[in-house]
Design a protein around this ligand. Structure first.
Ligand SMILES: Nc1ncnc2c1ncn2[C@@H]1O[C@H](COP(=O)(O)OP(=O)(O)OP(=O)(O)O)[C@@H](O)[C@H]1O
Length: 245
């Protein structure tokens, strides 16, 4: 049974469809990378799927009652603002009725490499550290599905890889993850599946090796890349910007 199904999801802003009849499903075990250029509609798709913005079409999550949604899915928005100087452990525990000893809270702090920061005020951390705290809070919700908008933004390389490995582990444990990503190399190596969105439309959906072709990278991203199959998986290295056709 799918964890999320959206069908013909459409968001209009003025006369323009910023999301145009998007249809896809996410099953347990999938770590889906949602990729596309700036303004393509990645956040719009995630937010519409969650029922956070008005949309035509159908979303299995948006149909749930507001009380049921946080049990079905955790949401990591793009904005990373922490307003209150509560401790890191306290902030993460908000996902578990403020029980700082809940196993889900401890596991989330460990997964995001935050145990050493647990008692520090969250507002006193660096931008990347705060970003990891907010990922930990989403993980501590312990939901079958996680939707994350640019989760690796602002993280150092080690924590980018660690976060991607954590999401891949969640998927291998039978959960589902969908994350918008700009780093095509990380997306190619860690995601089980990629959905490509361009000008509001889903233009490709499949295994990374099938989706990331020279033609697609040129047409959608206007870049030329080195694509290389290595023992560690597919390596994608952007090399040059191309002029738009
Ligand atoms: N509140 C808004 N009002 C009007 N237009 C909006 C609004 N939010 C987003 N848009 C437009 O909708 C389109 C899709 O935006 P969206 O944020 O989904 O893109 P994105 O793929 O997530 O981009 P990025 O990679 O830059 O975060 C863009 O053209 C954007 O300008």
């Amino acid at each position: 049974m799918n964890l999320l199904t959206v069908q013909d999801l459409t968001v209009r802003r003025g006369s323009r469809a910023t999301l145009d009849q998007a249809s896809c499903s996410i099953a347990p075990g999938e770590f889906v990378g949602l990729i596309g250029p700036n303004g393509a509609g990645k956040s719009t798709l995630l937010r519409a799927a969650l029922g956070l913005i008005p949309a035509a079409g159908r979303s299995s999550l948006a149909r749930l009652s507001p009380a049921a949604r946080p049990k079905a899915a955790a949401w990591l928005p793009q904005a990373r603002e922490i307003a209150w100087p509560v401790s890191v452990a306290h902030l993460v525990s908000l996902a578990q009725n403020e029980n700082q000893n809940a196993p889900e809270v401890i596991a989330a702090l460990n997964r995001m490499d935050l145990m050493a920061y647990a008692q520090r005020p969250a507002t006193g951390l660096s931008g990347g550290e705060q970003a990891r705290v907010l990922i930990a809070r989403a993980l501590a919700q312990d939901t079958p599905l996680l939707l994350a908008d640019e989760p690796t933004a602002g993280l150092d390389p080690a924590h980018q890889i660690g976060t991607m490995q954590t999401f891949a582990t969640l998927a291998s444990e039978g959960r589902g993850v969908i994350a918008s990503l700009h780093d095509l190399g990380l997306a190619a190596r860690h995601c089980t599946r990629l959905i490509v969105i361009s000008e509001g439309r889903i233009v490709a959906d499949g295994a990374p090796r099938d989706v990331l072709t020279e033609t697609l990278l040129a047409e959608v991203f206007a870049i030329r890349c080195l694509l290389s199959d290595t023992p560690e998986g597919l390596v994608v290295q952007p090399l040059a910007q191309l002029s738009k056709p």
